[in-house]
Design a protein around this ligand. Structure first.
Ligand code: PLP
Length: 400
């Protein structure tokens, strides 16, 4: 009898986490490494949020709470959805988990039966296909192209739907491409879904606040109220308030789904960290000026990185609408040989050669289901980004 389960054998370790590990190893060897592979803001959590956590400890908020979140936090989440998205939810339609990741995990584990299909546009966040696979579902990947702005068309969505389709996962703005759907583009997709009542929508809105050039963020339940009864709108505090380590995410949707997710959480992690829940409450209810300040910083860095990468021979970098990633193509480098003699056969070979020869760590596109590309996280200082671009340019110039 095999010791490891079939379920664990269906998944692979996160490639982005693996790259972060490799960066740590190389640094420990004394190498000068610029890490642009991690998906987290480089800013500190705002002070009033840190203070709220300290006060929570002193006030004795150090015990178990209700499994899927304290009532005041659920209310703050309802208020956030009403204020920012025009969505009206009650507290029993809200679930709080250990990061947005647990919300996705709970929703998929609570709903997928073996063979159920989940449509995932590519490039995708690395965890979606693996969580679907762990839950016994089948990821159905719908590729997009840089020419289409890394957005899938209504026709492509329609063609991917079968009687076994249970969910569509949408992530706008996207990790890894930074692409976002505007209201018309989102409506084109929600119009298709109206024809297929068995298909639910999981909208991963974690990068909602990181949109640039005046782009207006939209979410499917807001665009098409008739989909409300089969939409889970997921969000969290990690990216919006520089709170990745606090591990608080949330979702809102129909009561029966929320109750099933709470049941699963009651038999796995129980409540998300109590202290972090009070910090998240302060984040959602307190001053929101951090959001505008970080958006401004990220837009400036995006502009710097896109301009710099487009000066690298063989690299073509589209201008994304949001998040803190760019997803350039390296089509022009495939088949070439680097200065140190490595053949750039695919984007993984490019990423390895770039790291070995220049000390710049990025993540190769195959990890996100669309090649030949690479993802740069520009959540780093302007000086670090400028130096990284200089090294990438020298590397590309050396490829013959
Ligand atoms: N969704 C996307 C697209 C992400 O990039 C991430 C984090 O990298 C998450 C969800 C999960 O975030 P968290 O679990 O920190 O809320």
């Amino acid at each position: 009898m095999a010791f490891l389960s079939d379920a664990i054998n269906r998944i692979k370790p996160s490639p982005t986490v693996a790259m972060t590990g490799r960066v740590a190893e190389l640094r420990a060897e004394g190498r000068d490494i610029i890490g642009l592979s991690a998906g987290e803001p480089d800013f500190d959590t705002p002070e009033h949020i840190r203070d709220a956590a300290k006060n929570a400890i002193d006030a004795g908020h150090t015990r178990y709470t209700a499994v899927d979140g304290i009532a005041p936090l659920k209310q703050a989440i309802c208020d956030k959805f009403a204020r920012e998205n025009g969505l009206d939810y009650s507290r029993d339609q809200v679930s709080v988990g250990t990061g947005g990741k647990q919300i996705l995990f709970n929703a998929l584990l609570a709903t997928l039966n073996p063979g159920d299909e989940v449509i995932i546009p590519a490039p995708y966040w690395v965890s979606y296909p693996d969580i679907v696979g762990l839950a016994g579902g089948v990821p159905v990947i719908v590729p997009s192209t840089a020419e289409d702005g890394f957005r899938i068309s209504a026709a492509a969505l329609r063609a991917a739907i079968t009687p076994k389709t249970k969910w569509l996962i949408l992530n706008s703005p996207s990790n890894p491409s930074g692409a976002a759907y505007d209201a018309d583009q989102m409506r084109a997709l929600t119009d298709v879904l109206l024809d297929y009542p068995q298909v639910w929508v999981l909208s991963d809105d974690i990068y909602e606040h990181l949109v640039f050039d005046g782009f207006t963020f939209v979410t499917p339940a807001q665009i098409e109220p008739r989909l409300r009864d089969r939409t889970l709108t997921m969000n969290g505090v990690s990216k919006a308030y520089a709170m990745t380590g606090w591990r608080i995410g949330y979702g809102a949707g129909p009561k029966a789904l929320i109750a099933a997710m709470a049941k699963l959480q009651s038999q796995s992690t129980s409540n998300p960290c109590t202290i972090s829940q009070y910090a998240a409450l302060a984040a959602l209810e307190g001053p929101q000026d951090y959001i505008a300040a970080s958006r401004e910083a990220f837009q400036r860095r995006r502009d710097l990185v896109v301009a710099g990468l487009n000066e690298c021979p063989g690299v073509s970098c589209p201008m994304p609408q949001g998040a803190f990633y760019v997803y350039p193509s390296i089509e022009g480098l495939i088949g070439k040989v680097s200065a140190a003699g490595t053949t750039i056969s695919d984007d993984e070979a490019f990423a390895n050669a770039l790291l070995d020869e220049t000390g710049v760590a990025i993540v190769f596109g195959a990890a996100f289901g669309l090649s030949p590309h690479f993802r740069v996280s520009y959540a780093a200082s302007d000086d670090t980004l400028s130096e990284a671009i200089r090294r990438i340019r020298t590397f590309c110039q050396g490829c013959q």
